[in-house]
Design a binder for this molecule. Sequence first.
Ligand code: SF4
Length: 274
Amino acid sequence: MNNDLRFFNYFLFTQQSISTFEKCPLKFKKRYLEGLKWKSVISEELNRRREIGNNFHIMAHRYFLGIDTGFTEGIEGYEELSRWIEALKTYFPKTDDALYLPEYKLRMAKETLRLEANFDLLVVKKGGIEIWDWKTPGKNKAVDERLKGERLKGSLQSMVYLFVLKEQAQRVVQREIDCSNIRMFYWQPEPVSVLAEISYTDEMHEEFRHTLKRKIDGILEYDYGSFDKKLYRKNCMYCEFNWFCNNERVDFEAVEEDEDFLDQLDWDSIEELR
Ligand code: SF4
């Protein structure tokens, strides 16, 4: 327990780490307590798509900072990226009455609620704050956007981002912000679409506080001596530690066709582990 990172005050929980624990506590341990990484086992195609997604995030960051996007022909996914960046610029013409804060990180620690949120973009307007999150399209562009939107609305990411922003809004705008003045959007560049829009409320905030506390306390109280691999077997095929645990390789051909997996894979979480 002395060297168990979970109990250090500087160890912050993210949406990815909580979600990883729920899939498998051992996976959480390997990724977040021992710092082992995906990258070495990711397939070439997934790696290419991760790189294109990362490039889009980098260019969007530079666009909102008002500096050169550094977009050149040799870049991975040039054609897709040029369409996506044009879509971004058209959808988000920057205006003088808003403050744009791209790639913004907020942290909080209140008892066991030790959380970190990494926002793609915060937009501060007179009426409140908007959270924007970029979702770059996967291989299967025909995915049902309505279902994807519903899934995003109820996701752990929405919960963590909205909760942390409300708790720490003072650090962003030097004043308290009412829940009713916080909104979150998931946006994709192709086809251009707001996949989900969430208006925050006081009731949601209290519900999220209890849910996140319960989840984090569950992680802190978990006894690794009781770990039973059989309980998590359905997640092994999608897990980078499949070789370590089961002497089996991840079947990338299968997972690359699985939109649920790709949604949950979350390119940001891979980036986070680099
Ligand atoms: S391979 Fe299975 S048991 Fe091992 S860490 Fe991954 S999900 Fe858990």
